[in-house]
Design a protein around this ligand. Structure first.
Ligand code: ZN
Length: 304
């Protein structure tokens, strides 16, 4: 069976693993890329870590598949933009550098798009050809699968659902615009909402919020309901544009089946035009932390 090296480069850590042609992760490793506040450019940290990782195992690999945060020019395999501040990251030429350094073919795709590809391959989007995925976290990541192809756009930048503007008078976003979807739909937005309305003195995070929901805290429940309404409105617009059969919700909070996934499904289904929900499923993503490396390898296999 053929094996590949999958690498998932994020803003705080890099994960890598040997993934076989069935999508099983055989061996993995994770290390920090932010240990010295990015004085060492992320690409240098990753190159060094891959050398160490390769020296630690005896698998023969066919190629290197990279999933990376930020705006990735898929053809060049290069980071051409970010939202927010990641020092020494824009301009990183992952494809050419890794091909030279390791002598394998290399593909590079944005991490949110890799999440969808991983789910399509062996996760909860298996058997679906049209999928929309959103990852709720600090921001909102997005990926769109159309007729079995990940939608990359002209340069590989497509699927930035987080920067879909939903309110021209909304909060200023890291991208410079006001009222982006992620300013209302991210976990950060939920936390801000709860802090503002509850004068919470504790450390508010997703876990605390859903604990309070379970305890029947009415103010927190109202914040969560308003947040779900905002997530739903964006999804409804996307459903009307793309007519997917599967909506996947990822990110740490997506494990909240009872308090997030179920009410979100109900809200979305109450707002979409009837024929759009005939075969529509809305569920949580399955692969969690390994989605990036698995999805990157899936892309590699179909493009080499
Ligand atoms: Zn934005």
């Amino acid at each position: 069976m053929k094996n590949y090296l999958g690498i998932d480069i994020g803003g705080t850590s890099v994960k890598m693993g040997i993934v076989n042609e069935e999508g099983t992760v055989l061996l993995q490793h994770e290390s920090s890329v932010s240990f010295d506040n990015y004085q060492t450019p992320i690409i240098e940290t990753v190159v060094k870590t891959v050398h160490q990782f390769n020296a630690s195992h005896h698998y023969i690999i066919e190629g290197i598949a990279i999933s990376a945060a930020g705006q990735i020019d898929t053809k060049l395999g290069k980071v051409i933009g970010t939202c927010g501040n990641l020092p020494n990251y824009i301009g990183s030429e992952f494809k050419s550098r890794f091909e030279k350094e390791f002598n394998y073919n290399v593909t590079v795709v944005n991490d949110a798009n890799c999440m969808i590809l991983g789910e399509k391959w062996i996760g909860n989007a298996k058997n679906h050809e049209n999928v929309i995925g959103i990852t709720l976290g600090t921001g909102v990541g997005g990926g769109i699968l159309v007729n079995n192809q990940i939608l990359l756009g002209s340069r590989g930048l497509a699927g930035e659902i987080g920067h879909f503007i939903v309110d021209k008078a909304g909060l200023l976003c890291t991208c410079g615009n006001n009222g982006c979807y992620e300013q209302v739909a991210s976990t950060t937005a939920l936390i801000r909402r709860v802090k503002n309305s509850c004068n919470a003195h504790v450390n508010v995070d997703g876990r605390w919020i859903f604990n309070e929901v379970q305890n029947g805290n009415a103010q927190v429940i109202q914040c969560v309901n308003e947040w779900i309404d905002d997530i739903a409105i964006g999804l409804v617009s996307l459903i009307h544009i793309f007519n997917p059969s599967c909506i996947l919700i990822g990110g740490g909070v997506s494990s909240q089946e009872e308090f997030l996934i179920n009410p979100l499904r109900e809200k979305v289904f109450s707002l979409v035009m009837p024929r759009f929900k005939d075969n529509l499923e809305l569920k949580q993503a399955r692969l969690k932390n390994n989605a990036g490396i698995i999805g990157a390898v899936y892309y590699y296999i179909y493009n080499n």
